[in-house]
Ligand binder design. Structure first.
Ligand SMILES: [Zn+2]
Length: 233
C-alpha cells in the first residue's frame, strides 16, 4: 500500500522513498510513499521525476500508485529522491480549488448539485443539475465566485475516521454514503464558510491563490443538466 503524502501536504514537491517494486517491462515503479497525485475525481495525474528519470504518468491500481518512467526504473530495494513537475501541479491545485468554489457558490445560492467534471491546467468544465440556470445567470456566477477568491478563505484538509465523517451532514451531498465499506478514513476538503466535500485531490491553502476566474462557456445539456466552463488567470 502506497502512503499518499499529498493527502496531508499538497505543497510537498520533493521526497525520498523506498522502491517497493519495479516493472522493467512496463518501466514502472511502486514506492512505499509518494507525493505524485495518481489522477482521479476529474484531476489529471502528476508528472515529474524519480532519480532524475522523467515520470510521464502515474495511476492508482488498488492501494498502489504506479509511476511510469521515460527510462530504466530504479531497482527494488533502493532509496530514491523524487520530485513533481511543480508548475503543472500548482496550476492543477488552483484549478481544483476554483471548481470547489464554483460548487460551493452554486449550491449555496441555487441549491444545484454537481454531477461531474473534468480539469486541465487552468481550465475545465463542471456539470450540474441546475434547472434554473440560464445564460443570463453566468455573469452573476462569475461575479460571486470571484468574490470568494477575494474573500481569501482558508482551505482546510482533514483525514477523519469514517464514523466521524459520516456525522457531518454537509458531506451527504457529495455522496459520502457511496464510499466502499473497506475505506476506514475519509479525507475532507473544506473551503471555510463555503464548501465541504469528501475529496482526494490537491488544493491550494487559501482561495486567493486561485487568482481571477472567468466563466468561458455555458451549455444547456437539456432541461436540467447544464455545463459551466472556467478558465483561470
Ligand atoms: Zn474535488
Amino acid at each position: 500500500m502506497t502512503e499518499l503524502l499529498y493527502h496531508r501536504d499538497s505543497y510537498l514537491r520533493e521526497f525520498d522513498a523506498f522502491v517497493v517494486e519495479a516493472n522493467n517491462e512496463e518501466k514502472a515503479v511502486a514506492l512505499d510513499k509518494t507525493a505524485f497525485f495518481p489522477g482521479g475525481g476529474g484531476q489529471p495525474c502528476d508528472r515529474g521525476w524519480i532519480a532524475e528519470t522523467p515520470v510521464t504518468r502515474t495511476a492508482r491500481q488498488g492501494d498502489i500508485v504506479w509511476h511510469w518512467l521515460d527510462g530504466e526504473p530504479p531497482a527494488a530495494g533502493t532509496v530514491v529522491h523524487a520530485g513533481l513537475d511543480w508548475d503543472l501541479r500548482y496550476k492543477l491545485m488552483r484549478t481544483h480549488t476554483a471548481f470547489h468554489i464554483l460548487c460551493g457558490v452554486v449550491f449555496r445560492d441555487w441549491k444545484a448539485q454537481v454531477t461531474g467534471g473534468n480539469m486541465e491546467p487552468l481550465k475545465g468544465r463542471m456539470d450540474f443539475e441546475f434547472e434554473t440556470l440560464q445564460r443570463e445567470l453566468v455573469a452573476e456566477i462569475e461575479k460571486r465566485i470571484n468574490a470568494e477568491v477575494a474573500a481569501a478563505r482558508p482551505v482546510v484538509v482533514r483525514v477523519l475516521p469514517r464514523e466521524e465523517a459520516f456525522q457531518i451532514p454537509d458531506l451527504i451531498r457529495t455522496k459520502i454514503n457511496l464510499l466502499p465499506e473497506g475505506i476506514r478514513e475519509v479525507r475532507t476538503v473544506e473551503i471555510q464558510g463555503l464548501d465541504l466535500q469528501a475529496d482526494g485531490g490537491t488544493h491550494v491553502a487559501n482561495t486567493r491563490e486561485v487568482g481571477a476566474i472567468r466563466v468561458t462557456g455555458y451549455e444547456s445539456k437539456g432541461r436540467i443538466n447544464k455545463r459551466i466552463k472556467l478558465e483561470i488567470g
